[in-house]
Design a protein around this ligand. Sequence first.
Ligand code: AHM
Ligand code: MG
Length: 291
Amino acid sequence: MSKSLDTSTTEAEQTVTEVIDGIVETTPDVRRAVADHRGQSNSVNPSGDDQLAADLRADELFEQRLLGIDGVATYASEERAGVEATDGRLHVAMDPLDGSSNLEPNSGMGTIFGVYSERPPTVGTNLLAAGFVIYGPITSMVVARKGGVSEYILEDGDKRIVDDDVTVPDDPTVFGFGGGIDSWTDEFASYAEEIRHELKLRYGGAMVADINQVLTYGGVFSYPELESRPEGKLRLQFEGQPMAYILESAGGRSSNGEQSLLEVEPDELHERTPLYLGNDDLIDRLEANID
Ligand code: AHM
Ligand code: MG
């Protein structure tokens, strides 16, 4: 058990700032790693997904940089089974390279992170901050902390703010749903049928980019429960909860089909979850539909 923490302390705030800056400073090396390590690594991660060499390199770069921060106690990631521990108070959980199957076709991908006050696996209400980086035509970063969401452009290891009040637009226009149509449950398929008549399809195969579409245009993103895999594909600790924290801070909603992803108590570090994120009325309708 970690020591209890007054999350409003200057010390905790300072560590969160150092984590965010550490991620920003590491992104040029991650960009290079992505270009230089495009092939397979012949290994699988704890979820059983094939790992690219770039997944492993990005994970190593972030682990080295972030565990070097005095206030960081642990580093956990989608790409390693256990939690790396040192002295400190806060806990970082990451998907170092989200959407790495997009590397072969050179489409968008990114990095997702959450800073928790308790050691993972833990509930999302223990998040002090969360964010993601997109390695797209430009490198950008979205960060949620203290109830607000900001967007930055990253260049040469520095960040420049472009929007200090990111909010989910009221009038939604886009949707993106993962998993094959034939693998969806009947309930989700009927929700999707309604949505596709109302919104425009935007699905890119990288959650970071697809979520950023929702933050930019309004709408809904889901990797749902599947017939053959009720737990869905995406991981609660590394992907679901950080993205839920961002969406909820931006005025949207998150759900696992029944409750906010932030309230789900994980039993295991690499636990998967069905995931629904977007404008609140679209998530309300989803929950009513699949009830
Ligand atoms: P990864 O973290 O191993 O890259 O997998 C997560 C990605 C998400 O970014 C994306 O939403 C989903 O997997 C795409 O899966 P699919 O290829 O089944 O559409
Ligand atoms: Mg991922």
